[in-house]
Design a protein around this ligand. Structure first.
Ligand code: TXA
Ligand code: MG
Length: 360
């Protein structure tokens, strides 16, 4: 077929090709796996009501069977197809944030296969804000189960090339819609409990959600240092999503996270670099720190963006981790950023990827 590339048996097609969406929908309807772009990261889609198709997602990704998937919907009107109850918060939040990077945990109904929910009585749902994802969902006419389209434990993919790096030969097809805009996954909140619990920080920051959910608490293990550690520590804290217990977003190199007062970071990084002499090191630092370090350390200096623009840092984070990893460095020294706005999600991912944390 014109415009279709074959990469180790996985077919890749430009999402803007005439007929590409129908073509991908056909593969999904017959139980195949298709990776597609969303506004956050690429998802690995399967027919969300077909347990056998969903099971193939776990196989292709090497994903632990106890880690449930998000069902993607074309809109709020599709919610009733998969959940048994819609609490009033879900309606208000969907109105404010859908389509968009906010995932709700709700009580599932009997149509949702166990493979999607990993045997839980709840299901994760979201409506992605991406024209290709929405067109695909409408064309299939069924919810799509879709985790991030990476091998389990690798950084999430933000381009079709990233998907192929991990999954070529393991899935039927990739719809290439260019790089994703947000670069970091959706925020996940549990609406089956009161007060609601933030299970995974993401592209909707906690302070934005608190305007709608003033009582929102953080699940155990979600950045305990955030805002006095509420919800993040203590025995009565809510458990996080099943997926949060696995080591995540890991590059192959060792990753050391350096955080603390911005003025102290350049010196601390230089000290670390001296200790690591003889090793191949890459430095992932803010523009501000980069200026201070240039010419002062051996290794590749990578500018992740301005310290106070966490959206920009989020957008490039996974791409940079993959790029740096491809160069075969032994160690990545990454600079921490302030815990506000998207900085919360960025720091959550860096902390999960890190082998060690150093205070500046
Ligand atoms: O932005 C995103 O959310 C992307 C795009 C593709 O939509 N998807 C994504 O999916 O990041 P995944 O599978 O990589 O992460 C889903 C997270 C996991 O931490 C999982 O444990 C949690 O959501 N999750 C899913 N269903 C759940 C449930 N019923 N209860 C609690 N946590 C759940
Ligand atoms: Mg993932």
């Amino acid at each position: 077929m014109a415009g279709v590339r074959d990469v180790k048996g996985t077919l890749v097609r430009d999402a803007s090709d005439k007929g590409a969406i129908e073509w991908a929908a056909g593969i999904l309807r017959s139980g195949g796996l298709v990776a597609f772009p969303t506004e956050t990261v690429y998802g690995l889609g399967a027919d969300g009501l077909n347990g056998e198709a969903v099971a193939r997602i776990f196989e292709a990704k090497g994903r632990p069977a106890d880690n449930p998937l998000i069902l993607h919907l074309w809109g709020y009107d599709a919610l009733n197809q998969v959940v048994s109850e819609v609490p009033s918060e879900a309606r208000v939040l969907a109105e404010a944030f859908w389509p968009g990077p906010l995932t709700f945990i709700l009580k599932k109904n009997d149509l949702v296969p166990d493979a999607v929910s990993a045997g839980l009585s709840t299901v994760a749902v979201r409506c992605p804000d991406h024209p290709v994802a929405l067109a695909l969902l409408r064309a299939v006419g069924r919810p799509l189960a879709a985790p991030s389209a990476n091998l389990s434990g690798r950084p999430s993919p933000t381009t079709a090339g990233d998907v192929l790096e991990d999954l070529a030969g393991r899935i039927e097809a990739v719809l290439d819609g260019g790089p994703t805009t947000h670069g970091i996954e959706s925020t996940v909140i549990d609406l089956t409990v009161s007060p609601p619990v933030l299970l995974r920080p993401g592209a909707v920051p906690p302070e934005v959600l608190r305007k709608y959910l003033p009582g929102l608490v953080l699940a155990k293990g979600v950045l305990p240092e955030l805002s006095g550690g509420e919800g993040g520590k203590g025995d009565d804290a809510r458990p996080a999503s099943p997926g949060m217990k696995y080591r995540h977003y890991s590059p192959r190199a060792q990753l050391i996270l350096v955080r603390g007062e911005p003025e102290k970071i350049p010196l601390r990084v230089r000290e670390l670099a001296q200790d690591l002499s003889g090793m191949r090191v890459a430095f992932l630092v803010t523009e501000e720190t980069m200026v201070e370090l240039s010419g002062m350390v051996n290794g590749e200096l990578v500018n992740v963006g301005q310290r106070n623009k966490p959206e920009g840092i989020a957008a490039g984070l996974y791409r940079i981790l993959r790029e740096v990893d491809r160069t075969g460095v032994d160690v990545i020294i990454a600079e921490g950023i302030p815990l506000n706005g998207w900085g919360v999600a960025v720091m959550d991912r860096l902390l999960r990827a890190a082998n060690g944390v150093v205070e500046a």
